[in-house]
Design a protein around this ligand. Sequence first.
Ligand SMILES: NC(=O)c1ccc[n+]([C@@H]2O[C@H](COP(=O)([O-])OP(=O)(O)OC[C@H]3O[C@@H](n4cnc5c(N)ncnc54)[C@H](OP(=O)(O)O)[C@@H]3O)[C@@H](O)[C@H]2O)c1
Length: 240
Amino acid sequence: NPYGTQRGRKGSSDARGPCTALSSASSPEMLRGKRVIVTGASSGIGEQMAYHLARMGAHVLVTARTEAKLQKVVERCRELGAASARFVSGSMEDTAFAEEVVKEAENTWGGLDMLILNHIGHSYFNYFDGDVDHIRKLLETNFLSYVAMTVTALPMLKESEGNIVVVSSVAGKAPGPFAAPYSATKFALDGFFSSLRHEFIIENVNVSITLCILGYIDTGKLNQETLTTWKAKIEDTFVN
Ligand SMILES: NC(=O)c1ccc[n+]([C@@H]2O[C@H](COP(=O)([O-])OP(=O)(O)OC[C@H]3O[C@@H](n4cnc5c(N)ncnc54)[C@H](OP(=O)(O)O)[C@@H]3O)[C@@H](O)[C@H]2O)c1
C-alpha cells in the first residue's frame, strides 16, 4: 500500500488531503513504477496530485475534458520524472467514457495499482433552484462515473492489491447551505464507497478505499470577487 499509514490494512480510510497523503508516503519509492489514473487532472488538486505522482516516478494517466490543458500536464509530468505519462480527454457525464479511461490503462499497462477519483462537474453556490435535471447530471459526473470506473478497474486492482482514492469534501459529511446538489453527490460517494469498504473487509478483498474529506483549498480558481460574494452571502444569512 503506497500510503504509509495504511500498510497492511484492508479497506481503510484516511481523512488527510490527497496531496498530503501522497507527499507523506513513508517513502516516495513506494510509488515508483506504480500505475495510477488521476481524474479531473487538468487543473486544481488533480493536476497537483499528478505532479506529486510524477516526482515519485509513477506511471500516470490523467483525464478531464480539456485536451490542451491535459497535454501540458502530461509534458510537465514527464519533466518531473514520471515513469510514463499520457492522457485521455472526455466528459465523465458519460459513464461509457469513464469505463473507456480504465480500459485505456488496461491496454497500455496491462494492470492498475491506484485509481484516484477527483473530478467534479460545475454546480452553483446559491439557494437550491429546483432544477432536478442539474442534480441528475451532477450525479452522473460526480458519482455514477466514480462507480463505473471502480467496477471496471476492480479486477485489476484486486490483482495488484491496489488502492481507490475518492476525493470528497466537508460538504459530503456535514451539510451547509447553498450547495445542495454538490453536497448530495458527495454524500452519495460516502454511502457507496464506505459500504463497499465493509464488503471488501468481509470478503477479504485486499483493495483499500480512501475517502479524502477536504475543506476549502485555494487552487487559484476563485477570484477575489467570488470569494467576497460568498462571504457576503454567508454573513447575510447567519450574521445579519
Ligand atoms: N478546492 C477546494 O476547496 C475543495 C474543497 C473540498 C473538496 N474538493 C474536492 O477536490 C476535488 C478537486 O477539486 P478542485 O478544486 O481541484 O476542482 P477544479 O479545479 O474545478 O478541477 C475539477 C477538474 O474536473 C474536471 N472536470 C470538470 N467537469 C468534468 C466533466 N464533466 N468530465 C470530466 N472532467 C471534468 C476539470 O477539467 P475540465 O474542465 O478540463 O474537464 C478539472 O480538471 C473535487 O472532488 C472537489 O469536490 C475541493
